[in-house]
Design a protein around this ligand. Sequence first.
Ligand SMILES: *[C@@H]1O[C@H](CO)[C@@H](O)[C@H](O)[C@H]1NC(C)=O
Ligand SMILES: *[C@@H]1O[C@H](CO)[C@@H](O)[C@H](O)[C@H]1NC(C)=O
Ligand SMILES: *[C@@H]1O[C@H](CO)[C@@H](O)[C@H](O)[C@H]1NC(C)=O
Ligand SMILES: *[C@@H]1O[C@H](CO)[C@@H](O)[C@H](O)[C@H]1NC(C)=O
Ligand SMILES: *[C@@H]1O[C@H](CO)[C@@H](O)[C@H](O)[C@H]1NC(C)=O
Length: 440
Amino acid sequence: MGIGRETNATPRLIILLVPVLAFLSCAKQCNSKVLPRNQDHNQHGRGLTADANPTCNVDKVVDVMNFGAKADGKHDDVMAFMQAWQEVCKKSAQPAKLLVPEGTYMSSPVIFQGPCLSTQPVIVEVKGTILANEDLSAYDEDFWFLFEKINGVILTGGGTFDGRGASAWKYNDGGSNFPTMMAWQSIKMNDVDNGVVHDLCSVNSKFFHFHVTDSSNFTAYNLRITAPCDSPNTDGMHISSTCGVQVSNSVIATGDDCISVGPGVTNANIFGITCGPGHGISIGSLGKRDQEKDVCGVTFSNCTLNNTTNGVRIKTYASPIQIKASDITFQDITMNNVQNPIVIDQHYGSRKKKKGVRKPLVKISNVHYKNIRGTTPSNVPITLACSAAAPCDGIEFCDVDLDFVSDDLQSKKHPNTTFTACCTNAKTTFSGQNKVPICE
Ligand SMILES: *[C@@H]1O[C@H](CO)[C@@H](O)[C@H](O)[C@H]1NC(C)=O
Ligand SMILES: *[C@@H]1O[C@H](CO)[C@@H](O)[C@H](O)[C@H]1NC(C)=O
Ligand SMILES: *[C@@H]1O[C@H](CO)[C@@H](O)[C@H](O)[C@H]1NC(C)=O
Ligand SMILES: *[C@@H]1O[C@H](CO)[C@@H](O)[C@H](O)[C@H]1NC(C)=O
Ligand SMILES: *[C@@H]1O[C@H](CO)[C@@H](O)[C@H](O)[C@H]1NC(C)=O
C-alpha cells in the first residue's frame, strides 16, 4: 500500500447536501451528510453541475498501458493502476479519464483515493478484464478496489472485475464470525459522493461484489453480477450509511443476497433488478453494531426473483440496539419458485446461540408489500417474526398473489398446497386483493 493514500486527515467543511427528497419523513438523516471539502472549488457543487454525459467532453485520457501495465493476466499491474489514478485525480484539473483498454490484467489491491482536482467527475473506464491476485497475502485490508474520499467518480466501460473468489471461499464458513480482515469486497466505495457505476460485470468476488458505505448520492445501473450459488457471502451489492441511492436494471446471481440495504441508508430507490439464484433482496442485517443509524425510505420495485431462498426480507438481530427501519416499500415484485417470499425476521442470527436470550429492539414500521406475484414451494409464504419488545407496526399488504409450486426435489404425488401465514407481534393492514392468508 502507499501510493495514493494520504495519512493526514483532509480538512473538512460541513456542507449541507440538498438532494431531491423522495421521502420527507427521512429528510433529517439525509441532510446531515458531511461532504468532504474539495479544495477551492467546492462551491461548484460538482454533482449538481455534472454534465449529463461527461464521457463526451473528457480532455485527458490516461491509459494504464502508458504506466507499465503488462495486460498479460500474470504480471501484477497494481502500480500501473495506482499511478494512472494519481495522474487523473491529483494532477489533472481538466476532466480526465483513466482507461483500462481491452486485455486481461492481474492486480493486487488498488486504492483510488481523492479528493481530486477536477470539478468534473473522474471517469474510470474499464474495457478489459481485471483478475484479482489469488495470493491472499497480498491483501491487508478488506477490499480489492477501493474508491475513497472522492466527490464525483464514474466507473464504467463494459469490462469485468473477476475477484477469483475460489481462493478465499474455502476459508469462509458463511458464518458471521468470519474475520473482517478477510472480507475482501471486490469494489468498495467509502466516503464517495456522487459516485456512479454502470455497464460493468463483476464475477466471483471473494466477499461482497460491491460495498458502498459512508457515501451519498450513489447511482448504479446495467450491472451483471455473478458468482456460484454456493459461494459464501458473495452479496451482489451491500449499501450502508449512505443517503440517496439509486440502483437499477441489473442482473444479479450470487451465493448470497442480491442487494442488501444495511444500517444508515436513507432515500434508496432500487428497481429493475433480476435476482437469482441467491438469498434474495434484503434490508439488513440491522442491530449488529452500536453505531448503527436508522434505515428510512427504501423502495424496491419492478424486481424479478428466480429460485432464491428468500424473496423480500428484513432481518434484524436480537440486540439492545434501538434503531428504526421505516418507510419501506416492496412493489411490483415477481417471484419464481422463491422459497420464503415475504420475511421479517427480528431474531436473525440468534437462533444458533444458546445462552442469553436477548430482546430484539430494532423497530420496524410502515412496510408496504404491493403487487407481489409468483410462485413458491413453501406452505408459509409470509413470515413476520417480530418481537414483543419492539412489535412491527403498519405492515401493509396490497395485492399479494402467490401460487404454490411443487418443489422438484420433493415428491409431486401428494403436494400439500395449503398456505398458512406465520406472524408474531405484527400489526398488519390490507388493501386490494390478497390471495394468500395473512395474519390479522
Ligand atoms: C447525484 O449524482 C448524479 C450522478 O452523478 C447527478 O447527476 C445528480 O445531480 C446528483 N444529485 C445530487 C442531488 O447531487
Ligand atoms: C422493469 O424491469 C425490467 C427488467 O429489468 C425492464 O426491462 C423494464 O423496463 C422495467 N419496467 C419498468 C416500468 O421500470
Ligand atoms: C429454477 O431452477 C431450476 C433448476 O435449476 C430450473 O429448471 C428453473 O428454470 C429455474 N427457474 C427459474 C424461474 O429460473
Ligand atoms: C427469471 O425468470 C423469468 C421468468 O421465468 C425469466 O424470464 C428470466 O429470464 C429469468 N432470469 C434469470 C436470470 O434466470
Ligand atoms: C399442510 O401445510 C400446512 C401449513 O404448513 C399445515 O398446517 C398442514 O398440517 C399441512 N397438511 C398436511 C396434510 O401435511
